[in-house]
Design a binder for this molecule. Structure first.
Ligand code: HEC
Ligand code: HEC
Ligand code: HEC
Ligand code: HEC
Ligand code: HEC
Length: 229
């Protein structure tokens, strides 16, 4: 064994023992069991509408994915770029407009039940003005994807490699409610890493069919310590 591999092998062994102990102690949620998880969210926010029909770029809301470990969920203020004006769906607005015309009055602002929840979170009143008696509180989105704490994953490096979000998250633009589409199991990470590590000089096919360009001598790591501290 050469001198530099010894610490790595040692680290791997102590890791396996350590993890074994952790798993024996607690009831660790195995992420692989979470495939298809599609929890009800506090506001009916539709990716089909926003990312699909309106064709909004994923990064316009999940800007963290390019800059940090976590993609993050956008703050409610970001939604107001549109929802300061869009207070209900277009068909409801048009119905009210037609009704108002027939009754010879000004159309009223109709606030839908779901968007009312957004305005409540921001402490806004019926006119969408700040109501000093209302408390602002963050929307408690239910987290869908969640790796165990002992795994290190970083969006930045994957996104910088040109991997599409859909490679790992599936057809989000057609999801009415967000759903976990990959197992997030170790074997899933490893399959892609192995595929990309096999030939370090060629461009490699990703499951979505895109290519990841790796420079000369660059490897996608399958070292235990890269994903486990
Ligand atoms: C680029 C503009 C834009 C942004 C930003 C945006 N939305 Fe929307 N949203 C729309 C439009 C347009 C519709 C209405 C689609 C329709 O007419 O059916 C809509 C519809 C909705 C609806 C359904 C409304 C109803 O009455 O059923 C909800 C809820 C919603 N958005 C929540 C959000 C949240 C939460 C955010 C921030 C995370 C957000 N939106 C960001 C444009 C936007
Ligand atoms: C208008 C803002 C907006 C856009 C555009 C958007 N998202 Fe989201 N995304 C959200 C919000 C808000 C949530 C949290 C609520 C939910 O789960 O639906 C979320 C949740 C998610 C989650 C689940 C997070 C978790 O808890 O595990 C994933 C994955 C995701 N988005 C991926 C995408 C992808 C991929 C795209 C582009 C195809 C995209 N999003 C476009 C606002 C957006
Ligand atoms: C190589 C696979 C992969 C790619 C590519 C990827 N993700 Fe993720 N994503 C994951 C994994 C794994 C998690 C769970 C991370 C955790 O629990 O720490 C996750 C979690 C998330 C979450 C919720 C937790 C968080 O990190 O804030 C959101 C939102 C999200 N991804 C959006 C996106 C968007 C948007 C893109 C594209 C710009 C993207 N992801 C690209 C694998 C990926
Ligand atoms: C679809 C392919 C794919 C999947 C799935 C994937 N990865 Fe990766 N991963 C890559 C590629 C390509 C790189 C090389 C990026 C680089 O070095 O520029 C990488 C690099 C990494 C790195 C090294 C980052 C650094 O700091 O050098 C870590 C850690 C990592 N991935 C963890 C994970 C984990 C954990 C999972 C599963 C939850 C996962 N990856 C799933 C393709 C993937
Ligand atoms: C590319 C990232 C990646 C690499 C490299 C990696 N793992 Fe993992 N490992 C994970 C993920 C993700 C999980 C959690 C998901 C799961 O339970 O499958 C995990 C879980 C584990 C577990 C918990 C038990 C289990 O299977 O549920 C052990 C033990 C483990 N890894 C050991 C190792 C060892 C030893 C190596 C080196 C030979 C290694 N890992 C390399 C990503 C990785």
């Amino acid at each position: 064994m050469s001198s530099w591999t010894a610490p790595i092998v040692f680290a791997a062994c102590s890791l396996v023992i350590g993890l074994g102990a952790v798993l024996a102690e607690s009831n660790v949620r195995v992420t692989g069991n979470n495939l298809g998880y599609e929890p009800e969210q506090p506001i009916h926010f539709s990716h089909r509408v926003h990312a699909g029909e309106l064709q909004m770029d994923c990064l316009s809301c999940h800007y963290g994915a390019e800059k940090s470990r976590h993609a993050g969920v956008p703050p409610a203020e970001l939604c107001m770029g549109c929802h300061a004006h869009v207070t209900s769906t277009l068909d409801v607005k048009l119905q009210e407009k037609a009704l108002a015309e027939a009754e010879g009055r000004e159309p009223k602002t109709i606030v839908s039940v779901e968007l009312r929840k957004l305005y409540d979170a921001l402490g806004l009143d019926g006119e969408l003005k700040t109501d000093p008696t209302k408390e602002r509180r963050p929307i408690e989105w239910v987290r869908v994807h969640n790796l165990p704490d002992y795994v290190y994953f970083d969006h930045r490096v994957h996104v910088a490699r040109g991997l599409a979000c859909q490679t790992c998250h599936g057809p989000v633009g057609s999801m009415e409610r967000i759903r976990q589409e990959s197992t997030l199991a170790m074997g899933w990470c490893m399959d892609c890493h192995r595929k990309n590590a096999a030939d370090p000089t060629a461009a490699r096919a990703t499951p979505a069919g895109g290519a990841i360009e790796l420079g000369d001598g660059e490897h996608v790591s399958i070292d235990c310590a890269r994903c486990h501290y």
